[in-house]
Write a protein that binds this ligand. Sequence first.
Ligand code: DQA
Length: 145
Amino acid sequence: MRVGVINGPNLNLLGTREPSLYGGVTLDQVETLVRAEGRSLGVDIEWAQSNVEGELVNAIQRLGQSCEGLILNAGAYTHTSLAIRDAVAAVAVPTVEVHLSNIFGREAARRQTVLADAVIGVIAGFGSTSYLLGLRALYSRLARA
Ligand code: DQA
């Protein structure tokens, strides 16, 4: 089984970026944790990060072809990007939306996710563990299918 993990803008700065909100773990460390969880489940991980909206659309299209499921933290594009929402809907592989912070408990603009109707579920608020929970949830969905 192969799962794509796609990270949006500013997530490359994890570790130093607003640590009170996002913690002190770097994106490389999150990748290491996700790959280890993948190994324990027998899942190969394809990892991507971009700060550019169109590149995220390209990554969703590309990994949507080569993977059976996706985990997506679209960063701030979560709240604005119909292009990213449409890409998720277009590739039609099960996608779990993840967030480090609890977007539903933050400012009004962040409580909205335009991706929500295109994904199978949302996990938010558990720091890097959101990614691991997302992977497990996706795995159980894919293993059942
Ligand atoms: C985020 C939440 C977004 O609102 C924010 O713009 C991010 C990170 C999170 O993982 O908590 O960049 O997606």
